[in-house]
Design a protein around this ligand. Structure first.
Ligand code: HEC
Length: 116
């Protein structure tokens, strides 16, 4: 009898553990998908300048260039990219890009800095 109960407890524990790791995985998958989407959007709309620093555009993955900018916070960076900022054209010059898409790109830019 007590053997049965401990077996039951074991099964319940394992189930709840796997439920837990499932939700973690979903969270990571979502983040990865968002970063990939951001990377794709950046390739099409932003890398021409941000890949090599045209006109002083901060280069992707270059902490020295991004450092003072990221202090403004993600939201301010998205706003500036959306509305235009200095030599940075509004929306990177692509009228059809949305604010949500720009947010994905900025998320990707920031993640490239974390990896250093
Ligand atoms: C035509 C070249 C060009 C393109 C295309 C471009 N950028 Fe930029 N970007 C710049 C330049 C130049 C700066 C630096 C502006 C300054 O500080 O005067 C900049 C700055 C930025 C900044 C920092 C703003 C701040 O507040 O410091 C962000 C964020 C940014 N760009 C995002 C993007 C995104 C997202 C895209 C694609 C949708 C994009 N850029 C496409 C040239 C470009």
């Amino acid at each position: 009898m007590s053997k049965k109960i401990s077996l039951l407890i074991l099964v319940v524990t394992m189930l709840s553990l796997s439920a837990c790791s499932d939700s973690d995985k979903t969270g990571n998958d979502k983040e990865t998908a968002q970063l990939l989407a951001g990377e794709q959007l950046a390739k099409k709309n932003c890398k021409a300048c941000h890949g090599q620093g045209i006109n002083g555009a901060p280069i992707i993955g270059n902490m020295k260039m991004w450092g003072p900018r990221i202090e403004k916070g993600r939201e301010a960076l998205v706003m500036n990219a959306f509305s235009g900022y200095g030599l940075m054209p509004a929306k990177g010059g692509n009228e059809s890009i949305t604010k949500e898409e720009i947010d994905l790109v900025v998320g990707y830019f920031l993640s490239e800095l974390e990896e250093q």
